[in-house]
Design a protein around this ligand. Structure first.
Ligand code: FAD
Ligand code: MLT
Ligand code: ZN
Length: 457
């Protein structure tokens, strides 16, 4: 029997397609940088079907590309050019299986859209803190496979920290069910953490038990204008002494990123008449802290650390500011191709990175512009440059920026992963011992290289 017939037998006639127009949106990454081809896309409806699909593919040596919302930034969910790979989409596995409010946990299938999880938690007066611009279309399986960050890492940690249990299908079809909902569990290796952040190369995540939190309550949102990006780090230090861990988000946005928002995203407008080079968008939990935040910002204004600030008067104003922040990736995409550098450096070296990065860029590519924004509260910046990908100049710029990041003790991939775009940088910037251990793990879990080959390692 042909593979396609075997797959149809498993998922049913409606559970897969080879139709070119239906395949099309799944063959290119969100930014339109990489394109592949595929034999078929399969939509299993349960973990058992995922397991059988994996077995059927493994039997004939056909490799698999797991795909969630296809919003990833490193083309990890895009197949290669062979036209022989099978995409496994988790879209049909979108159920919220159970909410255990008393246990502050929720069990979901991997294809569940992130926003639906946030809403379901709110419905029982609890909070799921993972939040990012793609939350209306990315899936929790994709979030976990990339160990996504987003805007609330400062207070709650990355996707990894939100997982209590996981269900995974291995390369031979074995279903490993570790869907426990325990806050503490030291029985053996913490297997779930192996699959989180492995971008579909070690197993297919089919379900997860997520950690929920009490509702943080009303938030106070402020937008602050700064002369220097480096001042953002000092401001965060000052605010932390007053507000401790109540700062939920602390996001840097350059003046140029705001210009792109005003140009490409309807209803985007800076709430200042005088423009500055840099801005920070801040969320503080608990409304009572509004006064403390305002006082701390006044102090920062008096000593010249910031130039201006607005505190959102209500949730509508706050949402408008956050909508702009979440739309930067879209505005950047609309402006045209750019080089993305999702870097992190220790906070204490951020100022040095920004200064030396500027100098590097003016010497290599004087006409290029920087589009800088991101999670400065997590020491993670999207340090993007308006130079086309796959150009000689682009390679030089990226190489120089990553070398600087490495010298300062940082990472070339803070939250987007490696996918197929950054594999060679993984080899360059991770030690021989680390690469060797990664290869050992890959070979142990996927000896025939069936799962997302050509990605990560
Ligand atoms: P996909 O893009 O479909 O897949 C990503 C990787 O995970 C691929 O390697 C894929 O093979 C694998 N994968 C997907 N599902 C599974 C599964 N069930 N099992 C095993 N492997 C799987 N990222 C951040 O970290 N922080 C941000 O703030 C952020 N903001 C974004 C804003 C926008 C507008 C966009 C477009 C993207 C943003 N991203 C951000 C990038 C992206 O990582 C996230 O959108 C998201 O985590 C990817 O989820 P997805 O379902 O789209 O995964
Ligand atoms: C963001 O922080 O908005 C995302 O990581 C998306 C991006 O980097 O473009
Ligand atoms: Zn980001």
């Amino acid at each position: 029997m042909m593979l396609i017939d075997k797959l149809k037998k498993i998922v049913g006639q409606d559970g897969l397609t080879q139709d070119k127009s239906e395949l099309e949106p799944r063959l290119t990454d969100w930014r339109g940088v990489v394109r592949g081809e595929a034999y078929a896309v399969v939509f299993p409806a349960c973990s058992k079907e995922v397991s059988l699909v994996v077995q059927a593919c493994a039997e004939v040596g056909v490799s698999i590309v797991p795909q969630g919302g296809n919003t990833g930034m490193c083309a990890g969910s895009v197949p290669d050019n062979s036209g022989e790979q099978v995409i496994i989409s988790l879209a049909r596995m979108s159920a919220i299986r159970a909410v255990d409010a008393a246990n502050f946990s929720m069990e979901v299938e991997a294809g569940c859209i992130l926003e639906n999880i946030q809403n379901e938690a709110s419905a029982v007066n609890l909070h799921f803190p993972l939040s990012l611009g793609a939350e209306g279309s990315c899936q929790i399986g994709g979030n976990l496979s990339t160990n996504a960050g987003g805007i609330n890492v400062l207070r709650y940690g990355t996707a990894r920290a939100q997982v209590l249990g996981l269900e995974v299908v291995l390369a031979d079809g074995t279903i490993v069910n570790s869907l426990r909902s325990l806050q503490k569990d030291t029985a053996g290796y913490d297997l779930k953490q192996l699959f989180i952040g492995s971008e579909g190369t070690l197993g297919i995540i089919t379900a997860a038990t997520l950690r929920l939190y009490p509702q943080p309550g009303e938030k106070t949102t402020a937008l602050v204008a700064l002369k220097e990006a480096g001042d953002a780090v000092n401001l965060l230090g000052q605010l932390r002494t007053v507000l401790a861990d109540k700062i939920e988000a602390f996001e840097l946005v350059s003046g140029y990123a705001f210009e792109l928002l005003e140009k490409h995203i309807p209803d985007s407008r800076l709430p200042f008449t005088e423009k500055e080079s840099w801005y920070v968008l801040i969320d503080v939990a608990i409304e009572d802290d509004k006064v403390r935040l305002e006082r701390a910002l006044m102090d920062a204004l008096e000593i010249g650390l910031i130039c201006n600030a607005v505190v959102a008067k209500n949730s509508t104003e706050a949402e408008k500011l956050w909508r702009m922040r979440h739309s930067i990736a879209e505005a950047e995409r609309a402006e045209g191709k750019s080089l993305k550098h999702d870097i992190s450096v220790p906070g204490s070296r951020m100022q040095e990175f920004l200064q030396r990065g500027d100098q590097l860029l003016s010497s290599i590519s004087p006409d290029a512009r920087l589009i800088v924004f991101g999670h400065v509260g997590d020491d993670n910046l999207h340090y993007n440059v308006t130079v086309p990908n796959e150009s000689k100049e682009g390679e030089l710029v990226t190489g120089a920026i990553y070398d600087l990041v490495d010298e300062l003790g940082g990472s070339f991939s803070a939250e987007h992963g490696v996918g197929q775009l950054k594999r060679h940088y993984l080899l360059k910037y991770r030690s021989t011992a680390e690469i060797s251990l990664m290869r050992t793990l890959k070979a142990a879990l996927d000896p025939e290289n069936i799962l997302n080959p050509g990605k990560v390692i």
